[in-house]
Design a protein around this ligand. Structure first.
Ligand SMILES: *Cc1c(COP(=O)(O)O)cnc(C)c1O
Length: 240
């Protein structure tokens, strides 16, 4: 078995255990395998073990893999990186999900550019839950207005919220962030009960904690695909 396959099974076992520990159903948390900067061959190794949802941050890197794996018709691509408004078209044309929406302008462009023969693009609003000045995402107070815009656009479907909390080794700080997210998400779900079902939070280092606080999707890169090169493709976003 490849290292990727072995790592993948370790992560799914940890995910199941975290669900059990939190008294949650095993299938209540989706695993998003974050394959950014990793080759299509590793995506394929993970796919062969049954994984279908993959997360990508960098457009050109992602498009190369999407093209290479075009024959896998049931694969699901999630764009989880910062998105500039002049780069929306490839996301509209090639992805199933965008997890980092933070502006009305981008929502409207994606709606116009979504091909009519594709299902609506599933969208998560990114929340700047730690209130960091240089981080992307909307502040909690701005969620309802952006949600209303997304909900009004036929090319998009509002699915929920996503966050990347500040890098912290203090579980109490992270737990507080996840807790706030869960409350914001429950409020949003009451407003859009027919579509909102996803709360995307938790990465390799804090997966179990996020699950304990109601995450319905964890985004795991390092623990499946191995450490990434220090220098990633150009981006201003800092990842915790
Ligand atoms: C890179 C990245 C991840 C995965 O992080 P790991 O620590 O490698 O698991 C998750 N979410 C986002 C938005 C990322 O950019």
């Amino acid at each position: 078995m490849s290292t990727t396959a072995e790592n993948y099974h370790k992560v799914t076992a940890r995910l199941r255990q975290a669900c059990l520990d939190s008294g949650r159903a095993e299938n209540s948390v989706r695993l998003l395998a974050v394959s950014k900067t990793k080759p299509a061959s590793q995506v394929l190794e993970c796919y062969a073990e049954g994984q279908r949802a993959f997360g990508e941050n960098y457009l050109q890197d992602a498009l190369d893999k999407i093209t290479a794996l075009d024959h896998l018709t049931d694969i699901e691509w999630h764009f989880i990186g910062p998105l500039q408004s002049n780069k929306t078209r490839p996301v509209a044309e090639h992805f199933h999900w965008l997890e980092t929406l933070d502006r009305e302008k981008i929502a409207r462009r994606l709606n116009e550019q979504r091909p009519s023969d594709m299902a609506p693009l599933k969208v998560l609003i990114q929340v700047n839950i730690s209130g960091e000045a240089q981080k992307s995402g909307v502040l909690p107070d701005d969620i309802p207005a952006l949600a209303a815009v997304v909900d009004s656009l036929p090319g998009l479907t509002l699915k929920g919220l996503m966050c990347i909390p500040e890098a912290s080794s203090d579980d109490d700080v992270l737990a507080e962030r996840f807790n706030s997210m869960q409350q914001l998400w429950q409020t949003l779900r009451q407003s859009y009960p027919g579509s909102v079902d996803t709360l995307s939070m938790g990465m390799s280092a804090d997966m179990a904690l996020a699950i304990a606080h109601g995450s319905t999707e964890v985004r795991i890169g390092t623990d499946i695909f191995g450490a990434r090169a220090v220098r990633e493709p150009d981006t201003k976003e800092t990842h915790s």
